[in-house]
Design a protein around this ligand. Structure first.
Ligand SMILES: Nc1ncnc2c1ncn2[C@@H]1O[C@H](COP(=O)(O)OP(=O)(O)OP(=O)(O)O)[C@@H](O)[C@H]1O
Ligand SMILES: [Mg+2]
Length: 387
């Protein structure tokens, strides 16, 4: 099962190529190829929602470009990958690019790294001859109020002797639109390639493809279908789909430990169902699970009170009785009435219940403000150890 989890791990790069991103990869590859062949600079912007395979695809294209240039007997482009989340300052990106040209401090005077790059790319004598493929990932982090860094970065590909192929990657679909008008008027509009969210079929294809390295069937086909359908309907995020599958494997494993049947078996639809409900459970369920123990018991008491009756309200006194009952059955010492009514006030402030007014605390009306099913589901999750 370790091998299965590894094959499904986000950090594992599928060795046998990528499925479902052929077209996007081909377009990026063709773009880079044309730049290298014509020895010209260029820029490209890749966007799409999280987990749509942007980072992975571009890293594969980078390898393909090197391999292709090698096979053609051409000088392979130098390459540089920058993840903007690692930059202390947005403008540090220019220092990183400059480092690649191993420019010593000589003659740079007081010029900033950006100015040095601009000067270098504007003069034939100082411009590097070798092409440089720069991949700038998580580019959203470069957005400053005046967008100067982004703008200057793309402008580097417009200098007469620049040999930079710039590939920017970001989530924001409209990032290009927001800064493109200015770049367009300057005639350096990058080519935009959008990665669309994965469909159900693509997700199951990718999972099956990743599992091909194993020699046996680990999942019931229905289980993978179910995961793919749910994830595609939500966000189409492959990272999430892989996470759910790994979690289903763990649930399957814990089932093996509990039962006497240590036979082979497969990860079933039911295992996947539990794994999916962990990831896609409503926010309110997660919030309930984060409440202090006694507040959770109050909600449990409320759910018990309303579950089998048509009543929509009870009193603090009645609720307290039900709460004490739960404390007794779980052997947890109950808190006193004053503390109990304070807890109810906190739950009311957080929108779980509504408290009416009364001179006597015990007679205050209590109404549940959330769905009973969310409370019962939260306790099922807790009971099954699915936190
Ligand atoms: N076509 C695919 N084949 C195999 N695995 C894939 C594919 N697409 C995505 N994945 C897997 O899904 C995960 C997310 O992919 P990736 O990091 O490329 O997404 P991203 O689009 O860059 O997301 P983000 O916007 O969050 O950076 C990775 O673990 C990757 O291995
Ligand atoms: Mg990425």
């Amino acid at each position: 099962m370790q091998a299965v989890k590894e094959a499904l791990h986000v950090a594992t790069t599928p060795s046998c190529g990528l499925v479902c991103r052929d077209d996007e990869q081909r377009r990026v590859f063709e773009f880079c190829k044309a730049c290298v062949q014509q020895e010209r600079a260029g820029s490209l912007y890749v966007c799409g929602c999280p987990g749509t395979g942007k980072t992975l695809s571009i890293s594969k294209v980078k390898q393909s470009v090197s391999r292709w240039a090698d096979e053609m007997g051409m000088e392979t482009p130098d390459d540089l990958s920058i993840n903007c989340t690692n930059l202390g300052n947005t403008s540090d990106i220019f220092g990183k690019i400059l480092e690649k040209f191993q420019v010593r401090k000589k003659a740079s005077g007081k010029l900033s790294p950006l100015q040095q790059l601009q000067r270098m790319f504007s003069h034939k004598e100082s411009a590097p001859r070798r092409m440089l493929l720069v991949v700038v990932d998580e580019m959203d982090y470069l957005i400053t109020r005046d967008r100067a860094v982004l703008h200057d970065l793309f402008m580097l590909t417009t200098h007469q002797f620049s040999r930079c192929i710039l590939i920017g990657i970001a989530n924001a679909i409209d990032l290009a639109d927001r800064f493109l008008p200015k770049l367009e008027s300057l005639n350096c509009k990058p080519l935009v390639i959008t990665f669309r969210a994965y469909s159900k079929d693509q997700i199951s294809n990718i999972i099956n493809h990743r599992l091909k390295v194993l020699e046996y069937d680990v999942f019931e086909p229905m289980a993978i279908e179910f995961c793919a359908r749910k994830v595609a309907a939500a966000t189409g995020d492959m990272r999430k789909a892989l996470g759910v599958c790994r979690s289903a494997v763990e649930i399957f494993e814990s089932g093996l430990q509990d039962s006497s049947d240590k036979g082979a078996g497969v990860v079933t639809f039911d295992h996947m169902d539990i794994a999916l409900s962990k990831v896609f459970r409503p926010a309110v369920v997660n919030n309930i699970l984060c409440l202090p123990q006694h507040q959770q018991m109050v909600l449990c008491a409320l759910a018990n009170t309303f579950q089998h009756s048509r009543k929509k309200a009870t009193t603090l006194g009645e609720l307290n009785k039900s709460y004490i009952e739960i404390c007794r059955s779980t052997q947890v010492p109950a808190v006193g009435m004053l503390e109990f009514s304070n807890m109810c006030m906190i739950l009311s402030d957080q929108g779980y219940l509504k408290l009416g007014q009364s001179k006597e605390d015990k007679l205050r009306r209590v109404m549940l403000q959330i769905d009973i099913s969310d409370i019962t589901f939260a306790f099922k999750v807790r009971k099954d150890g699915l936190l």
